[in-house]
Design a protein around this ligand. Structure first.
Ligand code: HPA
Length: 264
């Protein structure tokens, strides 16, 4: 049975809901994955991966995204629900609220963001018009309504390189460009999932107002505290959604590589 993966971001390091849990590290040609917990949720096969590794040891710019995603592929994962902590640039998105992303802006600088590096591999230009799976997003949104959790259906994420937070001027520009929330990890994670024809969706948890919008100095302590306050809801939203994910995929994510390869 194809699996559903949950990639846990800052503050989401474990899963209490997984039945028959088993721990595994997977080797790939890009390196080793963090420890993954494999088991079941509501009759579905599930894999949980802490994005930053054990004890949050990897900073965002050093995460081995290719090893992470390739190892999920080896576990026959077809769908990914990711969680991310984000700062808000949009006055409608308050700390403690959740946002289901539908677009991103990429301001990363030094990351390996493709499995197709030329050389021996094919050259591939994958379509990212709609970077997040609409089917998974709908399931998550409906579950948010059922559970009475404040979930915004759409939002544009700007991905920065980190690990520093942004300047006030950067945030002003990102706002002009249409960003609603800011974080450091959704690119290239979402891009690599697409290259593997996986469905990918993100629940962003607003942990702070972005730089310059908040009068306060930004600290990871603040991010951590808001995550801790909301962790129960994050896990409940994600894990109640899993049994409602349809068996067959009706979105176009599974055909992402059709027509994407450069033929000579
Ligand atoms: N900026 C970047 N990443 C973040 C933020 C932020 O304000 N909050 C949580 N992750």
């Amino acid at each position: 049975m194809p699996r559903i993966a949950v990639i846990g971001g800052s503050g989401v390091y474990s899963l209490d809901f997984i039945e028959n849990p088993e721990k595994k590290k997977i080797n790939t040609r890009f390196g080793e994955s963090p420890e993954i917990i494999i088991g079941e949720v509501g009759g579905k096969e599930v894999a949980f991966m802490p994005r930053h590794g054990e004890g949050h040891s990897e900073p965002p710019h050093k995460i081995n995204f290719r090893a992470n995603l390739w190892s999920l592929k080896k576990l026959e994962v077809e769908r990914v629900i990711a969680t991310t902590a984000v700062g808000s640039l949009n006055s409608d998105f308050e700390p403690g609220e959740f946002v289901l992303l539908d677009q991103f802006l990429d301001f990363t600088k030094s990351r390996s963001s493709t499995f197709y590096d030329g050389d021996d591999d094919a050259v591939v230009h994958v379509d990212m018009t709609e970077p997040y799976c609409p089917e998974l997003r709908n399931v998550l949104f409906e579950m948010g309504e059922n559970l009475d959790i404040e979930v915004h259906r759409e939002g544009t994420y700007v991905c920065t390189e980190g690990p520093r937070f942004e300047t006030a001027a950067e945030i002003r520009i990102f706002r002009e460009l249409g960003a609603d929330v800011v974080g450091m990890t959704n690119v290239p994670e979402s891009v690599l999932a697409r290259e593997l024809e996986m469905c990918y969706s993100t629940v962003s948890i607003v942990t702070n107002l972005a730089a310059g919008i908040s009068e306060e100095k930004l600290t990871h302590k603040e991010v951590k505290e808001i995550m801790e306050e909301n962790i129960r809801n994050v896990k409940e939203l994600v894990f109640s959604s899993i049994p409602n994910i349809p068996g067959e995929r009706s979105c176009s994510c599974k055909n992402a590589l059709k027509g994407a390869k450069v033929e000579t």
